[in-house]
Design a protein around this ligand. Structure first.
Ligand SMILES: [Zn+2]
Length: 112
């Protein structure tokens, strides 16, 4: 079994690494560190996933959704789509971190 190059703990084989590619999320096989959680997608798997998607002219279900901002109490409100809410197990009063990356807004749920 291979070791994590970061913390040198053992890597576990997984098949659910989410890889963001051109705004789409691909799920590929790879290895994940049991200690630090760092993920190492297999290069070949990644290439295969991209090529298959291109060949078929279909990408996996995009996690990109259009939403309008609304206004409330002088501030702008963003409604989180319910499928993202379920997938990330978001609850009312969930702590999130909002960061600005270039001209994008990244919303990260805090892991308890
Ligand atoms: Zn590690």
């Amino acid at each position: 079994m291979r070791k994590c190059p970061i913390c040198e703990k053992s890597l576990a084989k997984v098949n659910d690494i989410a890889l963001e590619m051109e705004g789409y999320v691909l799920i590929v096989k790879g290895e994940r560190c049991e200690a630090c959680g760092e993920e190492f997608p297999l290069e070949a798997e990644t290439q295969r996933a991209i090529e298959t998607a291109r060949k078929l002219g279909v990408w996996p279900e995009p996690l990109k959704l259009q939403r309008h901002l609304s206004k409330s109490g002088g501030g702008l409100i963003l409604r989180i789509p319910s499928d993202i809410e379920k997938q990330l197990d978001l609850k009312e009063k969930s702590e999130i971190t909002i960061s600005k990356v270039g001209n994008k807004i990244v919303i990260e749920p805090q892991t308890a």
